[in-house]
Design a protein. Sequence first.
Length: 694
Amino acid sequence: MKKILALTTINNTLSLKDAMEKIKKEHGDLVKIRKVYMEEYEDPTVSLQDVEDSVDESDIILIDIRGDIRLARELPAILEGKDKTVVVTVWGSPQILSMVKMGKFRGEEVIKIFQEHDLDLDHIISYQKKKDLPEKMEQLLEPEVRKDMELWLQTLEYYGQNDSTNLKNFILFLLQNFAGVDGLGNIPPALPQPLYGLYLPYQGIYQDLEEYKNRLGYDENLPSIGVLFYGGMHFDDTQPIADAFFEHLREDANVLSVFSNVENNLQAINEYLKDIDLFINLQYFQINGGPYGGSTEPTLQYFQEVDAPYLLSLRGYETDVYDWQAGEDDLSPLEIILGVTMPELDGAIEPLFTAGLETIQDPELGRVKLIKVLPDRMEKQAERIRKWLILRRKKNEDKKLAILTYNYPPGEENLAGSGYLDVFASMEIFLQKLQENGYHLDIPSEKLKDLFMKEGVLNSPKYHQKIGIRVKKDDYVVWFRQLPENVQQQVISRWGEPPGEVMVDGDEIILPGLFLSNIFLGVQPSRGVHENPETAYHDKKLPPHHQYLAYYYFLESVYGADAVIHFGMHGTLEFTPGKQVGLSSSCFPDLLIGTLPHIYYYWVGNTSESTIAKRRSYAQCISHASPPMKSSGLYEDYLNLEELLDQYNENYDEKTLKIIEEKAQELHLPVYPDEISMELYRMKKDSSLTVCTY
């Protein structure tokens, strides 16, 4: 039995396992493959002895390296002096390419030959000039070297397709040509797979949209969802997630699953996904260009035309699901940059973590990693998608919105505080716009601030009675007991058994808020700790209290809001405990926002904290500009003091100086005229007044 060692950075386990089963069925125990994942050896303290032993035991070494990683740097020394067939399966740097050893073809020697003729082999491939390569090989290489290099190019064609049939023939091709295995017959050439197309779970691949719709059972009365995932050698990475979306949403929508090799993403979505109600992306990077990069303009134009929400289903390509579930750690920095940050540049929202890696012991391949879809996370995203589709299709007159402002620290004096926004004046305009667009609401005749005060829409009021919507303790407890056990323990250990003590009257929890027909207006609950409000506001260790939990439970499960709008910068939900990116069902922002579509009216100048809101509370941030500002000048006693200083500077009158000193002491200012003048100048320069309300 021949042995192959696959040193890899990709997860093609499903297709490779299927290929091995086909080989075994046709040829018996012909070959054994062991996969080694390079990221497991990135830590310099991890010994490479296991890799060296596997190299010694193997007949063929497959190398799939992407990027500058430790094993790539160490491999040349490990392979030095060993009579092994070494196959680099993807084009990479000259350093990686130089490790190829296949018959008479030695990568290092061929690179030197090309360089001697001022030719860059890597450049020829990287810039899609493969058509020039046969001619150069004919001119520069000996026949035996050229023959084996041509065989190597054929292996790349097999490997690049990544489906089980091509991988089977890839392995057989190597065994026949480089391992001396006879009796394999005529191995067919690589069967090209479509660069992009339509995928229907359990049935196959299509390229004609009408045929696909017929096989799908397309229903024009249902909304349509477009799912973009990887084709080519990364097909296995995202196919299980595409399958899961199909299973979860097939009864609610037409699920159109489109695969692409990245370079053809724009063609794929423009050809197949122009008539959709929602877009889901399972790929990393930006849509146009992938890792190669490209202009955002075509992507933005596409989304402007389809006018559909763009949601992100996030998978970990190196995160183990059990490690992720067990700890508070986020995804790796690279996963966040490639999987969250770059798609956000195209407008992606809601990076819900739905799948990661699971390590198993496979009888054929040994220790391998598979993509594992997380059932609770998948159902969470599926339900959020359903809510977006309902929001999109429901008539405005039937939509129920919850609009929340803030009251922190609690009390009358801090009602509706928000950075760079006159909340009540802006909200009055917003409500008027809602009514003009068909939303069912009654515009109050009085000012909103007066209405809030009169109705007691306040957290822990000092001068008003605690009034508002009342939630029975027993109703809340039924919901609370459905939360993860560790979540319940965190809340109870800090706030006691339900209903706690914050905004409670007997066995009822009070939720400040009022109804204007289909529109609910309220204030987000306080964090519950008022002695140090600045710290508590952003405290990511402080769990929300029972009234905080009950408020969002009421909005989603009792009131039945179609969406929640946080009005102004900023609230506290996104700062509650949990992971920073790729949240779990035990993270408070995730369970508080639930399945409600979340719109956040946010100042455009605070991109850092709005990013937190987007990633932790799944917010669609709608920016408002900075209001125009002008100097407010001095007022009252300060203005009088400035006039006294002007008078003193004219005649240096001692009586005037005495008045200045007394007035400065009353105002806690310096007592010397020059210092007073400087302080008043600073006050005039720094003081500003907002002159625009929205």
